[in-house]
Design a protein around this ligand. Sequence first.
Ligand SMILES: NC(=O)c1ccc[n+]([C@@H]2O[C@H](COP(=O)([O-])OP(=O)(O)OC[C@H]3O[C@@H](n4cnc5c(N)ncnc54)[C@H](OP(=O)(O)O)[C@@H]3O)[C@@H](O)[C@H]2O)c1
Length: 217
Amino acid sequence: MRYAVLGTGEVGRTLGGKLVELGHEVTLGSRTADNPVALEWARDAGERAGVGTFAAAASGAEVVVNAVGGRVALTALRDAGAENLAGKVLIDVCNPLAFEDGRLRLSPVESDSVGEQIQRAFPDARVVKALNTVNCRVMVAPHLVPGDHALFLCGQDPDAKELVTALLGEFGWPRGRVIDLGDIEGARAMEMLMPLWIRLFQGFGHAEFNYELRRAR
Ligand SMILES: NC(=O)c1ccc[n+]([C@@H]2O[C@H](COP(=O)([O-])OP(=O)(O)OC[C@H]3O[C@@H](n4cnc5c(N)ncnc54)[C@H](OP(=O)(O)O)[C@@H]3O)[C@@H](O)[C@H]2O)c1
């Protein structure tokens, strides 16, 4: 499969690297075509890895991953181009966090989410919110954390969610540990886990943890 991973940060490079390792073709998207971090990533990742602008990456892809900051996601995706997202599965892993007055804050929150903003702005894209609730190393190596810990996803399109569930399986997440939260409004709940995640991170002093669900039925 041909993937565009929009974002040259730790998350984009980690997801892109794992996808290449799994045999997929990956173009890492950036605001510029010659981003040095992206070029270095592609050199290390091998022949199935490439770099390009957000638009160049998205235009050649079958599946697009949004791995930029939540506060700039709409800007990056507009740069990628609505025509390059139309009809494609768009996996949104971002969190709308930013430092405000010295504290990490989430916005939008409760009455909206970036996942919903993206689906509204690009109605022809098949947005699936996923993976934003774990650290990127855990995203692609769930065995780093012991136990039957869970991932969440949500979105409007059942077939798109099925494709993402299959991809998560390639990453090592058994189907039974992928919890479907329903339509894209579920992104509010997923993004609002961030304040809890950050508190736990501060308490544990590392990012290799996740949530495990227990239920009667
Ligand atoms: N760190 C984790 O383990 C983790 C886990 C779950 C979710 N997340 C979420 O994943 C996302 C990516 O995180 P990250 O730390 O890897 O990367 P990041 O530093 O949040 O984002 C880097 C990307 O954002 C682009 N960017 C920055 N400002 C921009 C603007 N004004 N307009 C358009 N694009 C802009 C950069 O473009 P250039 O390439 O041009 O520089 C770069 O590609 C975030 O939303 C984060 O909350 C992170």
